[in-house]
Design a protein. Structure first.
Length: 342
């Protein structure tokens, strides 16, 4: 199998060289070129035809987000954004990037090596399989008028990974404040989940926040599991639900894990839940969604034609965990239809 050809774009020569040296240690990767700004990067793309590009957000002559907006329509290419802790990364995702990683401290050798080995290499390999054309299928609309949900003691659980920041946003923009409470795990580096929650809060009709232990799951509200080393669990309290954020080992390579959340929803809510699994590599959440379905919950999986990476939804579908497989634009409508039958 041919190695994945990577183009590294960053204005720091030290960071570029560290990436080149460490990425080339993996036989499945070959760095074919580097660039310090978008203009050099454009020429390198034409000359070297890379499979994946890593891109810093802050670049001279043109920032990475503007570059993405101009690049993707002309040269569809999987891009991994390397960003300091900033909400600009979500603008990059909307502009067409496949995924992002948090930029490490270059002077910390161990942190740098861990970052490349455990994060960047994995993301590059996943990005090389991504369907770039499907990023364009994430529609901006979605605030449709839906029949009000009558039953109040219900819960919606959403799980997503690669491509999921925009997919989740597209789904919840179709939801109104009458909807039951939502709990969500989106694989994301620590620090970014609070900014992501704020973004969803600003662009949807829901009240969205990063979850803390004791948060109640309320109608019209959405709780996002914090990135880091803790899992989010749903627990039943009286006639309602709340979440617990607890430390734990990685499950399916992730913490927080969709699997952990879905299994807790199956136990706590049983038939009073809707589970939704969106785009992402691997199988995190598939068995948990099956547990939810076996407990009587209704379940939805994103279809292959709109997934950036048809991994998690495919594994779930193959297990029999997915009751309805839907295009991204149809998931909100299906959610309402299911809730109104419960």
């Amino acid at each position: 199998m041919l190695p994945i050809k990577v183009l590294v774009v960053d204005d720091s020569i030290v960071f570029r060289e560290l990436l080149v040296q460490n990425l080339n240690k993996d036989p499945a990767i070959r760095v074919v070129g580097t660039a310090k700004d978008p203009f050099e990067a454009r020429d390198a793309i034409l000359a070297l035809k890379p499979d994946v590009m890593t891109l810093d957000v802050e670049l001279p002559r043109m920032n990475g987000i503007e570059f993405l907006r101009k690049l993707i329509p002309q040269y569809p290419l999987p891009v991994i954004v390397i960003s300091s802790l900033s909400d600009k990364v979500f603008d990059a995702m909307r502009a067409g990037a496949v995924d992002f990683v948090a930029k490490p401290v270059v002077s910390n050798r161990k942190q740098m090596e861990d970052f490349i080995k455990n994060e960047l290499l994995v993301k590059i390999k996943i990005a090389s399989t991504a369907k770039i054309g499907n990023i364009k299928k994430v529609v901006m609309g979605g605030q449709q008028e839906m029949p009000s949900v009558k039953k109040s003691n219900l819960v919606i659980a959403i799980g997503a990974s690669t491509g999921g920041t925009e997919a989740t946003s597209a789904v919840i923009r179709g939801y109104g404040p009458d909807l039951p409470g939502i709990v969500c795990v989106q694989h994301m580096p620590p620090g970014f989940t609070s900014m992501y929650a704020k973004r969803l809060n600003d662009e949807s009709r829901l009240q969205v926040k990063e979850a803390v232990t004791g948060d109640r799951v309320l109608p019209g509200h959405m709780l996002i599991a914090p990135g880091g080393d803790r899992h989010m669990h749903l627990v039943k309290v009286g006639n309602g639900y709340q979440v617990e954020i607890k430390p734990g080992a990685k499950v399916n390579g992730h913490c927080p894990s969709v699997e952990v959340l879905f299994e807790s929803v199956a136990r706590a809510a049983g038939p009073d839940a809707v589970g939704i699994i969106l785009t992402g590599m691997g199988g995190d959440g598939a068995k948990g969604l099956l547990s939810m379905r076996k407990a009587g919950a209704r379940t939805i999986g994103q279809d292959e034609s709109t997934c950036v990476v048809y991994g998690m939804p495919k594994v779930a579908y193959d297990l029999g965990a997915v009751e309805y497989q839907e295009k991204l634009s149809d998931i909100a409508g299906r959610t309402y239809a299911l809730l109104n039958k419960m």
